[in-house]
Design a protein around this ligand. Structure first.
Ligand code: SF4
Length: 328
């Protein structure tokens, strides 16, 4: 049976691409990439697994790390509307997929792309350029819109029947939704949800770049979690918004960080990174208290834990105005 790889987000388009190729008798290997924010944190990616299982295909998960951050620093094709380097990101992932294709002996790679669906990365010229730059010329099939593009090698070799592929174009997803309904497919929300396409992320990334141009993978990961406060040019505070975020932040603590926690009552975990001088610590303690259940006219005991010492202090909640002024 001919093997192929589908770039699999678990969203509507990649689920449909997988189903189409399976229906044509191909052995599909679903390849899912995880952005650095979730890499190395023991996350389970249950939803993607469920969609792959429902389709009956093998799933491979590739977690991205330093190499993604290197690309992020200086994307050759720039960013989209926010800090999403979509064209570079696609090339980068397809290059990795090519290696896997060679490793497992797959005949080609497929994506759920639809011509004209996204302004930056799914224009005809951009799709062709991505194919070339990733070294996949002729081996990159877009089953959802293939008849609108040049025939690929798997189509020419009749590994895939071009005549049975749909010719979808544009931003609407009516045809994909109808196909999914007709075949009872389970899929994630159409369009997915890359955190790099969110406005808030663009602001946080700009703040990181301005204050820590030589940021690390860990600094980058932390952009996706918690409330973020720029206490001073060389000090930032991350405050978990819920239990799950506290757990992630806990995993990302480094020896030079200062942990800030409430001592007697439940509340968020705070991570002070950078210059933990008296002023920064006091501000951080007040902000942590602000996001606990302590009332405006009360105070709470806060523990400050650095690699040198542990100290306790009482702090009153920061005023909303102060928090808003420091919030990134
Ligand atoms: S939306 Fe995010 S994951 Fe998708 S190509 Fe763009 S940057 Fe990469």
């Amino acid at each position: 049976m001919t093997k192929c790889i589908v770039m699999f987000s678990g969203g509507l388009d990649s689920v449909m691409a997988t189903h189409i190729l399976k229906e044509q008798g191909l052995q599909v290997h679903a390849l899912h990439f995880v952005l650095p924010f979730e890499s190395g944190l023991g996350m389970k990616h249950e939803e993607v697994k469920r969609h792959a299982d429902r389709l009956g295909v093998e799933l491979r998960i590739e977690e991205e790390g330093e190499e993604f951050v290197r690309m992020m620093r200086d994307p050759h094709f720039g960013y989209g509307k926010h800090v999403n380097p979509c064209v570079d990101c696609r090339i980068h992932r397809l290059r990795k997929a090519k290696k896997i294709m060679e490793e497992i002996g797959a005949a080609f790679i497929a994506t759920g792309e639809v011509i004209g669906q996204r302004p930056m990365s799914q224009r005809r010229e951009s799709m062709r350029m991505v194919e070339k730059r990733s070294g996949l010329e002729g081996y990159l099939l877009r089953p959802l819109c293939a008849p609108l593009l040049e025939p690929t090698i798997p189509e020419e070799k009749a590994l895939v029947d071009r005549g049975r592929l749909p010719a979808i174009k544009g931003r609407g997803r009516k045809e994909q939704l109808a196909y999914a309904k007709a075949h009872g497919l389970s899929h994630g929300s159409p369009g997915g949800g890359c955190v790099l396409t969110q406005e808030g992320m663009a602001e946080r990334y700009a703040d990181l770049l301005a204050h820590t141009p030589d940021y690390t993978l860990r600094d980058f990961k932390l952009l996706a979690y918690g409330r973020r406060f720029r206490l001073k040019d060389d000090a930032v505070l991350i405050v978990g918004r819920n239990c799950a975020e506290n757990t992630v932040i806990e995993k990302l603590v480094e020896p030079d960080d200062i942990r800030i926690e409430l001592e007697e009552i439940p509340g968020p975990l705070g991570l002070l990174i950078g210059n933990g001088d008296e002023d920064a610590v006091q501000k951080a303690a007040r902000i942590i208290v602000r996001y606990s259940r302590v009332r405006e006219n009360e105070s709470a005991k806060v523990t400050i834990l650095s690699k040198e010492e542990m100290q306790a202090l009482r702090a009153v909640p920061a005023k909303d105005k102060e928090c808003d002024a420091l919030r990134v």
